[in-house]
Design a binder for this molecule. Sequence first.
Ligand code: FHN
Length: 451
Amino acid sequence: MIGQTAAKPLLGLAVLAILAMSFSCQMPAQAVGDESQHQRDQRMEWWREAKFGMFIHWGLYAVPAGQWEGKEIGGIGEWIMNKAQIPVSEYEALAARFNPVKFDAEQWVRLAKNAGMKYIVITSKHHDGFSLWDSKVSRYDIVDATPFKRDVLKELSRACAKYGIRLCFYHSIMDWHHPDAQGPHWPTYNTKKKENPNFGRYVENYLKPQIKELLTGYGDIGVLWFDGQWVPEWNEDYGDDMYAFVRGLKPDIIINNRVGKKRESGDFGTPEQRIPAKGLGGVDWETCMTMNDTWGFKKNDHNWKSTEDLVRKLVDIASKGGNFLLNVGPTAEGTIPGPSVERLKAMGRWLKVNGESIYDTTANPLGELAWGRCTARPGKLYLHVFDRPEDGRLELPGVKGKIKKVCFLADRKRQLVFSQEGDDKVVISLPGQGYDEIDTVLVLEIQENKK
Ligand code: FHN
């Protein structure tokens, strides 16, 4: 037994996953405590500009990689402990087999950077309770419990500083390993307890000290991304207290909404595996999404989204004012799966040419557009043509002000003929050739754009 206790098998907990989804869209606060809107805007600035980040789900679950006792286990890979009802003592034994000798922090960070991502959010601790850094309050961590013995968060922190990427941590409140965190919620196969009087002790003596380690020993941390807040013991007071605790340690940090249970908890909303049809109206938000069907590595999940789909999702999200946190699930050897690498490189190539239409832009100020999406910045609209209208007439309703010119973003010398019809309709004549199959971006320069 490493650090804490053993568990006995009972039932699975699919309902938790459903609850997780329903809590994932709470609306974040606009201003907290005595922070002014201006101060808040300054704190959020880098994140709003960034638009695109890498989510990394990595832990002991990469060892079984979706299989237990010779059987394929359904569901997402990082939930295998729950899904296969693995007792704590057996799951812990995976640590002895976790030896990611191919892990190279700089390689991962360069991959993110070349994909056009501006930040990385890695699972410092997922629901299984295993810590990816050298924690002083637990021996159930990568340095003390594995043959690898390297603090991967330290290495990532150095690599991120070197390449100008913001390092952020995902941290699970729910913990399937710590004895004081076992309650009626989890694992139903592990305990029949109806309540957990020790939860406060877990928060004070374990959860908060671990968070303090993460926020004080790993340089600048951009975001603390909580999860697993749906356990019944976590109440509004815990959420408020944790928010204040984290900001107290790092006043400029950004915290996601899952820190708490209130509608207005945290700084940004976190729709999961979906893009809200109209964004989240006036609040900051970030869609997190998998590239296949799992967060943590599963060797037999080959259901990859195409590069076209992923780029268009990024564009769609930017056009609705959000960020895109796209997941990779590294293997137990420490490598990022080939299909993820391929897609990230291709996204990076598209962003290299078209990044101006994504970073630091704001949501589409016009109505819905049948042929694609629109992003904006002062004096400019970026028209993302997904489907060229057959008649070559690109209609743009709702544009006020005088248009100076329209050109291809990939080649500004290629200007397009346009006409302004009536008060606020623009029609652009599209040439027959020279399109990017994924998304061709046109830049429309306006003298004034009154909405
Ligand atoms: O249960 C987790 C899941 O494993 C994964 O970490 C996702 C990522 O947002 N969050 C939870 C479900 O909401």
